[in-house]
Write a protein that binds this ligand. Structure first.
Ligand SMILES: [Zn+2]
Length: 82
């Protein structure tokens, strides 16, 4: 993705070698928020499985899903052929 900051064009991309991760927090409130939290996983389906198991055990149905990734921002250097 290209963006301009202070008149300079930058390119933002996913950082190589840093996998996207998910973690899930139960925000079901029964007067007080549950707050149960999954471990950080590299696979969205694993996060979904954690929620399903938590719901099966507790009946809790509302979750916050946090997806984390890493980015690199570099100045955009025009292709010398253009
Ligand atoms: Zn819960």
């Amino acid at each position: 993705m290209r963006s301009i900051g202070h008149g300079i064009t930058y390119v933002t991309s996913a950082a190589p070698g840093r996998a996207m991760t998910w973690d899930v927090i139960c925000v079901t409130s029964e007067g007080e928020e549950c707050g149960a939290r999954s471990r950080e996983v590299n696979d969205e389906a694993e996060g979904v499985l954690w929620m399903v198991n938590h719901t099966a055990w507790t009946g809790h149905t509302r979750f916050e899903r946090r997806r984390k990734d890493y980015a690199v921002v570099e100045p955009f250097l025009r292709d010398s052929t253009s």
